[in-house]
Design a protein around this ligand. Sequence first.
Ligand SMILES: NC(=O)c1ccc[n+]([C@@H]2O[C@H](COP(=O)([O-])OP(=O)(O)OC[C@H]3O[C@@H](n4cnc5c(N)ncnc54)[C@H](OP(=O)(O)O)[C@@H]3O)[C@@H](O)[C@H]2O)c1
Length: 326
Amino acid sequence: MKERVLGNDLKVSEIGLGTMSMSFGYGKTPDPKEMVKVLQEAVELGEHFFDTAEVYGPYVNEELLGEALAPYKKQVTIATKGGIKVVDGKQVVDGRPEELVKSVEDSLKRLGLEAIDLYYLHRVDPNTPIEDIAFTMQKLIKAGKIKHWGLSEAGVNTIRKAHAVEPLTAVESEYSLWTREPEIELLPVLEELNIGFVPFSPLGKGFLTGTISADKEFESGDSRGALPRFQKEAMAANQKLVDVIKEFAKDKEATPAQIALAWLLAQKPWIVPIPGTTKIHRVKENMGAANLQLTHEEIAALTKAADEIQIIGHRYTPELAKRVGL
Ligand SMILES: NC(=O)c1ccc[n+]([C@@H]2O[C@H](COP(=O)([O-])OP(=O)(O)OC[C@H]3O[C@@H](n4cnc5c(N)ncnc54)[C@H](OP(=O)(O)O)[C@@H]3O)[C@@H](O)[C@H]2O)c1
């Protein structure tokens, strides 16, 4: 697998592996033993960059990675996140320095690591000054507990303030052919400050792969069922974009997932998408996007086609939307 560099010096696989749905988020929880196998086979295939979070599970996703990746510690890069607590079964944003320090210790134990390669603040906490958080991350770096730090779903002003205290290595936010907002303000600021970008949900939570039809009933425990963009009418309207991606895929003898990922890779050399899957054949398929050559003309044509389609439905519920762009 080819590599890219996030920030000044964090070398990672060109396409990472998001592991959230191995424990949480998209319906019935898969068998952890099966997921250990998928993770280990992914490493054997050449995947070296894994994305998890304290809150996935909660907690069990980090444990899963700790178990599965123990034999490969020296060759993999693990990114995890803190700053969202689970209180009475509900997620609460909490970026207080003392809580982050405790979360890092807990994540280190669950992951079986002495240092975390990349530690993100999962959501900006409006009640804690970002400078205090950046200073805490600086102390954690100096103490050797984390090697690099990043922000997730942060606004550009927060990014600038945080970066001025302790340089950020990466920002992780949603970006894909149907979520283009980062192009407006975020990408130019990341380029200016030399911060890497890690797009999450790069396959549109599965929708852009063409495997989710408009009449899909999401089971309980599948967070997509509550999102405006995954309501039936929205999915029926947004199918236009999937049809365009499928057409490109046919021409390039690739799959829709590979086209969606190759388009992201082509946007900037410091972009590293982290598609999530519970299936090893899809890990392989998604990694294959790194070898798909799309010409400038093909990328421009795909961008233009996507520009012409109005995406229906917000990507988040109003409640979740309040936690982004701060
Ligand atoms: N920072 C944040 O706040 C945040 C938020 C959300 C996600 N994330 C991270 O980003 C990662 C990826 O995001 P995501 O899982 O939400 O969305 P995604 O990667 O866009 O899509 C995942 C979905 O696509 C399906 N899929 C994957 N590869 C496929 C392929 N080649 N063909 C057909 N279907 C395919 C998966 O199903 P199968 O399992 O059946 O393959 C899964 O349902 C997560 O694992 C997590 O690490 C971060």
